[in-house]
Design a protein around this ligand. Structure first.
Ligand code: EPU
Length: 338
């Protein structure tokens, strides 16, 4: 087992923050993972996967376990559907592309989301009208204390908007090792209702889209407004869209007739945090190398050598400004490691 010491994590987080890990080990097998968890020399462990949803603000005084478990297998299959078991270290977008090549439907709206398969359930990744929970069957996780493998079905995961049991009761005590997903082989359930997808398909003259057409549309939309982490450090949406009461929504709408919103039920409205942040004048702003993306105010970016602390300071400034102006608290979607 190759444990490296004093290693930079710059290439292991999509914000490109240059902090150091006290020790670092790449995990490629389940038996190895069990052994590493038993290591007494490093009582503190830190779990890292694609590093696409975290802001590192200081050196990690622990053994970093880089989860790089690979493999895709078919668990069940009939004429209509297939259930796949995908290991946690598979890259999410590569899985989407592979499933499209096989002709499997269900992941097309989730194209181009950064990160790995094992972290997808933690925040119930979602985009363009689809969330992971719509295709999720179960996941397997190793309990950090005991090294035992435990299965979580969909109900046990308690999925919500960018939320699951792994952000709450089960936070920091399990490592997801694989995820099972149910995809369609025919009669795909297409989700084209999201405005931007409709517009993109229309622009390309597509009336009867295939799953591949939808994936292409999502990729085009994402590339037009979300920065590529390979070019500029970022973690996608930094904040969650706040959910407000009907009363708050009506008051806001009266003051801001162009307020975009999404009605969730009789009394709940989702307000795009990107709009609130843009209204406060932050879109495209830059404080040293920490900035707000010029095309999508929900995304914080590292223009080069911003520190995690600088990005955190900017995030806090945005939160207080939005709270002062709109009386709405926006909370971080990314995991802030303090
Ligand atoms: N808006 C602005 N200014 C901005 C950004 C957005 O006014 O700077 C307005 C837009 O005009 C639109 C509304 O806000 O009316 C919604 O914008 P968009 O469709 O871009 O979606 P979002 O609510 O900002 C969410 C997800 C994204 C996901 C998109 C599409 C969250 C926190 N974010 O963003 O997810 O791709 O919807 O489904 O829910 C991610 O989680 O990393 C992510 C990128």
């Amino acid at each position: 087992m190759n444990i490296q010491e004093n290693i930079s994590l710059k290439n292991h987080n999509t914000f490109g923050i240059d902090v150091k890990a006290k020790a670092f080990v790449e995990i490629t097998g389940l038996a190895q993972l069990q052994k590493v968890l038993e290591l007494k020399a490093f009582p503190k462990k830190f779990i890292l996967s694609g590093g696409s949803n975290m802001l590192l603000t200081k050196d990690i005084d622990a053994l970093v376990l880089y989860i790089n478990l690979k493999g895709i297998s078919v668990l069940e299959e009939n004429d209509d559907e297939v259930v796949l078991k995908v290991m946690a270290g598979e890259n999410w977008h590569d899985l989407v592309l592979w499933s499209l090549e096989q002709g499997y439907g269900g992941l097309e709206n989730l194209s181009l989301i950064p990160g790995n398969v094992g972290t997808a359930p933690i925040q119930n990744i979602g985009a363009y009208g689809v969330e992971l929970k719509d295709v999720f069957v179960s996941c397997t996780a190793m309990e950090i204390k005991t090294g035992e493998l435990v299965a979580f079905d969909k109900e046990a995961c308690k999925f919500g908007y960018r939320d699951s049991i792994f952000k709450n009761e089960a936070k920091d005590d399990h490592i997801i090792t694989s995820v099972s997903l149910k995809l369609t082989k025919q009669n795909h359930r297409l989700n084209t209702g999201y405005g931007a997808i409709e517009d993109e398909l229309k622009k390309n003259g597509i009336v009867y889209p295939t799953i591949q057409d939808i994936s292409n549309a999502v990729i085009a939309i994402r590339q037009s407004k979300l920065p590529d982490p390979k070019e500029i450090g970022n973690s996608g949406s930094f904040f969650k869209n706040p959910i407000v009461s009907k009363k708050t929504y009506q008051k806001l709408k009266k003051e801001n007739p162009y307020l975009p919103s999404y009605q969730m039920d009789d009394d709940q409205y989702k307000i795009p945090a990107g709009w609130l942040i843009e209204q406060c004048g932050f879109k495209g702003k830059r404080y040293g190398d920490a900035g707000v993306h010029e095309k999508q105010a929900l995304v914080l970016v590292n223009h080069g050598s911003a520190t995690g602390e600088e990005l955190l300071k900017l995030a806090e400034l945005i939160q207080t400004t939005v709270a002062q102006r709109f009386d709405i608290q926006i909370s971080a979607e990314v995991n802030i490691i303090k």
